[in-house]
Design a protein. Sequence first.
Length: 338
Amino acid sequence: MSLFQFASNRVTWETADIDYLFQQPFNDLLFAAHQMHRVHHDVNQIQLSRLLSIKTGACPEDCKYCSQSGHYNTNLEKEKLIAIEKVLESAKAAKEQGATRFCMGAAWRSPQDRDLSVVIKMIRGVKALGLESCATLGMLSNEQAQTLAAAGLDYYNHNLDTSAEHYASIITTRSYEDRLETLRLVRDAGMKICCGGILGLGESRFDRIRLLEQLANLNPYPESVPINQLVPIPGTPLENAPPVDVFEFIRTVAIARLIMPKAVLRLSAGRETFDDAAQALCFFAGANSIFFGEQLLTTDNPATDRDAHLFQRLGLTSVVLESSNSIQNTKYDLAYPA
Ligand code: SAM
Ligand code: DTB
Ligand code: SF4
């Protein structure tokens, strides 16, 4: 049986199945992942998302990787919830540059209801521009999830980050089960889920396997899966974490594609440090979305002209939005200065 068949015949995934995929020769794994990618997606089309931090720093959580945790001294400039006008200005610019989704991130453990009412206005404004909306605001109550869904929020981002086994070494102020509970509430409220993880948290391959297993067995699996590489932040406990081998990262992308065939896989944090060849291999292995724009939340992202040049060299096009909120499957060349 080919690896492609092996993956096509499975609905639920066990640790041993994913371990088996990791053990395959790189070329065999990439070939199978690319086959799966071709069955479910236009392999030359990449979706562009734009990210904006709407509330920065002073977060009560102790995530050991994060520049925004109030537990560490990272020299970050903190900012309270920003004005709606600023958000809409950024969303308009993102749309003009070809983004189809706008994601708003807040450094909260969970939102206060008075803040949520402002975020809801932001969501409505983003949607009125014809963009898909995404928010990442921390843990939600059932009522908050229902309120966000009623406001028309398309995606809620809430990452599992790593395996359940490794979680307590990275975050002690909440549990894996807390994370899963918010994901359940988001799903029950009818929103789409954006959920992924970070490589480079000092985890073992077993932890990567278990994270992928957990994501693939969410029923249904997330529509959107961000794969981050740790951006080491001076002042955090993980500032000197050993970098992940680039082929291990690409294998993880390939396996995510094989086990969550229809998901949109987003190359997220850490893309700045990938060279063009590594990014091209990630796109071959099944990544089909990026954050586009020179900043993520608090860290750098590749310059837009570097991305546009890479797309041009690889013959990649981006998904486009028509005037309504529906994404069209037509092709569009990123404007690249001649
Ligand atoms: N506070 C909310 C939460 O944690 O759910 C939302 C914002 S939080 C910054 C969003 C995600 O960014 C985290 O779940 C984590 O996966 C990712 N992230 C944060 N800092 C990172 C870093 N230094 N390197 C890579 N990914 C990071
Ligand atoms: C995700 O998985 N990655 C994005 C988005 N979801 C919210 C966040 C990346 C943050 C990288 C660190 C920073 O810029 O502060
Ligand atoms: Fe806070 Fe989110 Fe950063 Fe954790 S990842 S410290 S919850 S902003």
